[in-house]
Design a protein around this ligand. Structure first.
Ligand code: AMP
Ligand code: MG
Length: 424
């Protein structure tokens, strides 16, 4: 059985991040929000676009006003008003000034702005009552923040609201982003019922497909819901074959333990899949099958593989396996240049934590921010891998390494951050 670290490194090494032209789509600016930039963006405009005023005041020649004061004001003649959006019409000569407003273009000849508060206006004359501390004061210089042609945004970043603003300012209205990895999802099991359908005795509602689709979408994937597949090897084989044809990543749940109806691994081999992982020393989530397939007709030089994750059927095991192994793989494939790996932090546990000690154990609960430090609040109730009810609102998984059977309340533990934002 592989350790979690070994399994993680196998999975991550199997993933080829998107990089080719076939993985790029061009979207209208606002649709690109949340997507991953597929190519570095360069702007063709300096930022600011031209010298402009940072304040409401008067555009002056520094030489004219550098020695003035309230006792010895300098009187300048106002030759123009420059409101926002109107280019200046005249150049400022010695003894002259232009009334200027925030963001307005600086007139030729002027190099400094004196703020309104340090002036006194009378008709078309203005008294400058204080010398600016330096030449160029309150002038935003063209290209001071950004020079046209420099890299504006690098490839591989998720586009947030500030990035959308940057792209808008750079006139970049069509944005190259990576397509979202297609994630086919199905649940196996004769006992499963679609939510909303009447429940027959001995049956169980399929929650896994829905949780996994939500997680796949949140991790940047495009979920393809393939429904429930019975424990019938022929039907299962058809379903797996179809999923492989339509997806970059396939996730199934159930049918991967050693029960009489656990066919997934055998079928993967029959379909020509290479099996990389059969089980991992992790709790919950021990039976984990990871296989790869080569896409039919793939002629690209790098032969990207389709990843198959056969997760356990137990709802908690399925989710923990997704968070630990599938989510980072999906994010890596999606093109995140950095930050696709799981995030671990140190938190003081509020409760005693227990494990059998033989497998790396993940206990679910909430991460809380208290006085600037993290605390881990273990979910109440049973920590059975079949109990999905107390998994609600999970934001962290406390990790007990192999051999660590007991961590008392108050100790600092490693916690993997998942799902929701950290509470307080
Ligand atoms: P399996 O891995 O197929 O042996 O399933 C293990 C347990 O998880 C069984 O109790 C199943 O009923 C339950 N289970 C399997 N699939 C699902 C599912 N899609 N949603 C919720 N529970 C499931
Ligand atoms: Mg089953």
């Amino acid at each position: 059985m592989l350790s979690v670290a070994e399994a993680e490194s196998i999975v991550f090494n199997l993933v080829r991040p998107f990089d080719g032209d076939g993985d790029v789509e061009t979207l209208e600016l606002l649709s690109a929000f949340g997507r991953i930039l597929a190519a570095p963006v360069k702007g063709s405009l300096d930022f600011p676009h031209w010298d402009n005023s940072a304040m409401d005041g008067y555009a002056v020649r520094y030489e004219d006003v550098k020695d003035c004061s309230a006792e010895k004001p300098k009187v300048l003649e106002i030759v123009e008003e420059i409101p926002a959006g109107k280019p200046p019409q005249v150049a400022i000569a010695g003894g002259e000034t232009a009334r200027i407003l925030t963001g307005s273009m600086m007139p030729a000849g002027a190099d400094t702005v004196v703020i309104q508060e340090e002036t006194k206006r009378e008709g078309n004359k203005v008294e400058i009552l204080a010398a600016p501390p330096l030449k160029g004061n309150f002038v935003r210089r063209q290209g001071e923040f950004y020079r046209a042609g420099d890299e504006l945004l690098p490839a591989g970043i998720a586009l947030g609201a500030p990035d959308i603003a940057v792209l808008a300012s750079a006139q970049c209205v069509r944005v190259p982003v990576y397509r979202r990895p297609r994630v086919a999802i199905f649940s196996t099991g004769d006992e499963l019922t679609v939510p909303g359908e009447p429940l027959q005795p001995g049956h169980l509602i399929d929650s896994n497909s829905y949780a996994l689709a939500a997680l796949a979408a949140a991790a940047g994937g495009e979920p393809l819901m393939m429904g429930i597949v019975p424990d019938d090897p022929k039907v299962l084989k058809d379903a797996i074959a179809r999923a492989i044809l339509s997806a970059d990543i396939v996730i199934s749940t159930g049918g991967v333990s050693v029960g009489d109806y656990d066919y997934v691994e055998r079928i993967l081999s029959e379909l020509g899949g290479a099996i990389h992982i059969k089980s991992v020393a992790v709790k919950p989530g021990k039976p984990l099958t990871v296989a790869t397939f080569t896409a039919a007709g793939d002629t690209t030089e790098y032969q990207r593989k389709i990843l198959y994750f056969g997760l356990p059927g137990n709802p908690v095991s399925a989710l923990v396996s997704f968070w630990r192994f599938v989510q980072p793989a999906l994010r890596k494939m999606a093109g995140f240049a950095a930050g696709w790996q799981p995030v671990f932090l140190s938190a003081q546990t509020r409760q005693d934590l227990r494990s059998g000690g033989r497998r790396e154990t993940y206990l679910w609960g909430q991460i809380q921010l208290v006085d600037g430090g993290y605390e881990f609040d273990l979910a109440g109730g049973s920590h059975s891998s079949g109990n999905l009810i107390n998994l609600a609102q999970t934001s962290g998984l406390a990790v007990l390494p192999v051999g660590e059977k007991f961590i008392p309340a108050g100790e600092v533990v490693r916690v993997m951050q998942v799902g929701l934002a950290i509470g307080s």
